[in-house]
Design a protein around this ligand. Structure first.
Ligand code: BTN
Length: 258
């Protein structure tokens, strides 16, 4: 990837960009940079490989060299409560970009998993803190090239496997940065509903029976909607249960959950 090319084409997201051959985790490196210096909003780190890629819920994110896009961007949201909505916002922007660049009908599983052919091709990890000022790092991992063995990774897919051709990491990044910037600026003006409406239009979760495993335990029921904070609302006999974080599995027609 050519840093100059990327920078010239960029708005404020990705204007300050570091492209590395290999790194432990782009999220971690950006976090370390925040503790050392003033980092402009939209500063990004991209890597061709991560040796300690981090996923949600303490999992690893497999990040083999040249096979994926691994990127982190720093934002300074107005309030700390915005972590949840930012995670949906980033997922919507990523889906905008994937649809634009590949023409594939990419969808979203709550909260922010990118889905193609019922399998996960991308994930987002938002980490936030308050020192030295309120910050949020949006980390995005996209499985671009190569193949996942169906035996070992039955629920994962790459863009290539889903039918995307001649993927260029540069154009993918350009499109993500552009859409992230546009969605973020719109959100600052219009608020959460602009994000929620777009998320609803992309999701494959709503209307399905799901199992949500979160910090407060397991909730099973119909995924009815998301509220203005981006919480998933699951219908149970007792009423709607809001789930603010965790993993969701969707019930398939054969009764299995994935
Ligand atoms: C998930 O578990 O679905 C989230 C995966 C997020 C992976 C990305 S890759 C770039 C950034 N750096 C990391 O260490 N993780 C995120």
């Amino acid at each position: 990837m050519n840093e100059e090319f990327i920078r010239e084409e960029q708005g404020w997201i990705g204007q300050d960009i570091t492209v590395l051959e290999t790194v432990g985790s782009t999220n971690q490196l950006l976090r370390e940079r925040l503790t050392r210096e003033n980092v402009p909003p939209g500063a990004a780190i991209l890597a061709f490989e991560q040796t300690q890629g981090r996923g949600r819920s303490g999992r690893n994110w497999l990040s083999p060299r040249g096979q994926g896009l691994y990127a982190s961007v720093v934002l300074y949201p107005p309030r700390i409560q915005h972590g949840g909505i930012l995670s949906l916002l980033a997922a919507v922007a990523l889906t905008d970009a994937i649809r634009e660049v590949t023409g594939l009908s990419a969808g979203l599983k709550w909260p922010n998993d990118g889905i193609l052919d019922g399998k996960k091709y991308s994930g987002i990890l938002v980490e936030a803190g308050t020192t030295p000022i309120l910050w949020a790092i949006v980390g995005m991992g996209i499985n671009v090239r190569g193949r996942f063995g169906a035996d070992q990774f039955p629920h994962a897919i790459t863009l290539e496997e889903a039918g995307a051709k001649n993927m260029s990491l540069e154009s993918l990044w350009q499109s993500i940065a552009h859409h992230l910037e546009a969605r973020y600026e719109r959100w600052l003006v219009e608020g959460n509903l602009s994000v929620i409406e777009a998320w609803r239009s992309y999701t494959v979760t709503l209307g399905k029976t799901v199992v949500a495993q979160g910090s407060l335990g397991t909730v099973t029921g119909m995924a009815e909607d998301v509220d203005e904070q981006g919480r998933l609302l699951i219908r149970q006999a007792s009423g709607l249960i809001p789930v603010s974080s965790g993993e969701v599995s969707i019930r398939a027609s054969d009764g299995s959950y994935a």
